[in-house]
Design a protein around this ligand. Structure first.
Ligand SMILES: Cc1cc2nc3c(=O)[nH]c(=O)nc-3n(C[C@H](O)[C@H](O)[C@H](O)COP(=O)(O)OP(=O)(O)OC[C@H]3O[C@@H](n4cnc5c(N)ncnc54)[C@H](O)[C@@H]3O)c2cc1C
Length: 476
């Protein structure tokens, strides 16, 4: 008899867990509330236009080895289009290009950063000095900054406020969905060390060329091939517990019994699935209500003429605070309507605005950034607010993140032996990202089946290691 493992949640973490559970020779049963897979990284049909839209642009980086491995297993790796140039503007149509040059990591971006006009000479020098300090810290030094905010780190390293506003915060808000004044310093340092400094190709940006939901089509086949089942439109109501072990998952149709359960839902959802008895038995379940979250806003806009010539653009100091533009029509040379997707992370101030006000503001920022759009208004728009887009990686929340595996009961942090946790909020060492979710799914599946494990990180380059980036790329 194959072991049956029930996975609650069909987001990236649940999909990653299911694929690896199946490959380990066990039977995965995936329970997902919604009609489709992908969780927060998925698509929806816009009822106004019947168009399939992503809830928000999702970006993958070269350092996301576990997510890329998952895409490979799902057979969709070639649906990711890779970009080695980041485009930046502070308005007026002036566009800087940040890309790797000939120098090895961690110096590969230096040449293009020297030419960036969004920073003046003093700001560029300050950023370069601080980057060197971040290299020298290595992985061990980074961990010593856990528990303090990243702006404390930046102040200690004499960063002028203008460099914070025009560079550090721009990167940190995009990657961690939190301002430098709130984000845990170790979490932010992780982004720079792993994403930008350790390896020449880690910073590269991958964008799916299909709607996000299409990336998960083959998951159902993999699950079914191994005798498993994907139960869409089915909600878990509770996790069964006999006082010692979890027994399965209760849905509207009764208990689905299992030899192990992988809970791959957000902490606030998990809180609703566990009894008091189960909570008391598992140290990882004690703080589920203490997580705070940070919102992201995505806005789809349609223009009747081509207003944007680059595939994506980072906006520095946009008057209303729009941060990214993605040109969704970039590959379509014959398009008559250009589809622009605007993104605002840490979007607290936007959450109370109605769609008309949001579109007005974003369209103004687009005019500021792209001269070709001056005088034009979008002919169609759809704003998507995700109030609980990601957990807020503050020092307080970072401390709460639990391991995926139960560990040893009685040694602090112990848990119920056949309950495994997954989700971007678990302690993977990564920010709240698809990579964090994929890592957690792989880690939970490995612990539950005692087979498989995480994929190797991209190794730090030789010069990066010699200069101090040792212990970076260590598995979370
Ligand atoms: C707007 C936005 C933009 C983002 N941009 C990026 C980006 O560019 N790059 C990046 O890497 N990350 C990005 N992220 C973060 C990324 O989407 C998440 O980190 C990742 O998708 C989390 O996956 P998960 O599986 O942990 O959780 P989820 O995606 O939340 O999956 C949990 C699943 O569980 C289901 N569920 C909940 N309760 C139950 C229940 N009782 N029974 C059954 N099912 C249940 C939910 O419906 C959901 O499908 C973004 C997130 C948002 C919201």
């Amino acid at each position: 008899m194959k072991r049956r493992i029930v996975i609650v949640g069909g987001g990236i973490a649940g999909i990653a867990a299911a694929v690896r559970v199946a490959e380990a020779g066990c039977t995965p049963i995936v329970i997902e509330t919604r009609k489709r897979l992908g969780g927060r990284a998925t698509s929806f049909v816009d009822p106004r236009t019947d168009e399939l839209l992503d809830n928000c642009q999702h970006v993958v980086m070269g350092c996301c080895t576990n997510l890329l491995d998952l895409y490979d297993r799902l057979g969709v790796l070639e649906l990711i289009d890779w970009h080695r140039t980041f485009y930046w503007t502070d308005g007026g149509g002036r566009i800087d290009r940040m890309q790797a040059g000939k120098l090895p990591a961690p110096l590969h971006l230096l040449g293009s950063m020297k030419r960036m006009t969004v920073l003046n000479r003093d700001e560029r020098r300050a950023v370069a000095r601080c980057m060197f300090r971040i290299v020298r810290l290595g992985g061990v030094g980074r961990q010593k900054w856990a528990g303090r905010t990243f702006d404390t780190f930046l102040k200690e390293h004499a960063q002028p406020q203008s460099a914070v506003d025009r560079f550090w915060n721009v990167v940190v808000v995009s990657a961690c969905n939190l301002d430098v004044s709130c984000v845990d310093a170790a979490a932010a340092l992780h982004v720079f060390q792993e994403g930008f400094l350790a390896n020449k190709w880690s910073y590269m940006m991958g964008l799916p060329v299909v709607p996000l939901v299409d990336l998960y089509d083959t998951a159902n086949e993999i699950i079914a091939q191994h005798g498993g089942e994907l139960l869409l439109s089915t909600s878990a109501k509770s996790i069964g517990f006999d006082g010692r072990r979890v027994t399965g998952v209760v849905t509207g149709d009764g208990l689905i019994d299992a030899s192990a359960v992988i809970a791959a839902v957000a902490p606030d959802r998990l809180a609703k699935l566990v009894s008091e008895l189960l909570r008391k038995a598992d140290a990882r379940l004690q703080s589920l209500e203490e997580y705070t979250f940070s919102p992201i806003l995505g806005v789809h806009l349609k223009y009747t003429s081509s207003i944007m010539d680059v595939p994506h653009l980072t906006l520095v100091d946009a008057p209303n605070g729009t941060q990214w533009l993605f040109n969704k029509s970039y590959a379509d040379l014959e398009c008559t309507v250009q589809h622009i997707h605007a993104v605002v992370s840490a979007a607290d101030e936007w959450m109370e605005l109605d769609e008309a006000a949001i579109v007005e503001r974003v369209a103004d920022d687009i005019q500021h950034a792209l001269p070709k759009s001056v005088g034009l208004r979008p002919i169609g728009a759809r704003a998507v607010k995700e109030k609980r887009a990601t957990f807020a990686a503050t020092p307080a929340v970072q401390r709460l993140r639990p391991p995926c595996a139960p560990g040893f009961v009685g040694l602090g942090g112990g848990g119920v032996e056949n309950l495994f946790l997954a989700g971007d909020w678990c302690d993977t060492g990564w920010p709240a990202t698809m990579e964090g979710a994929a890592r957690s799914g792989y880690a939970a599946a490995a612990a539950a089946t005692e087979k498989g494990g995480l994929v190797e990180d991209v190794p730090a380059g030789l010069l990066a290691r010699v200069l101090g980036l040792r212990g970076v790329g260590a598995q979370g």
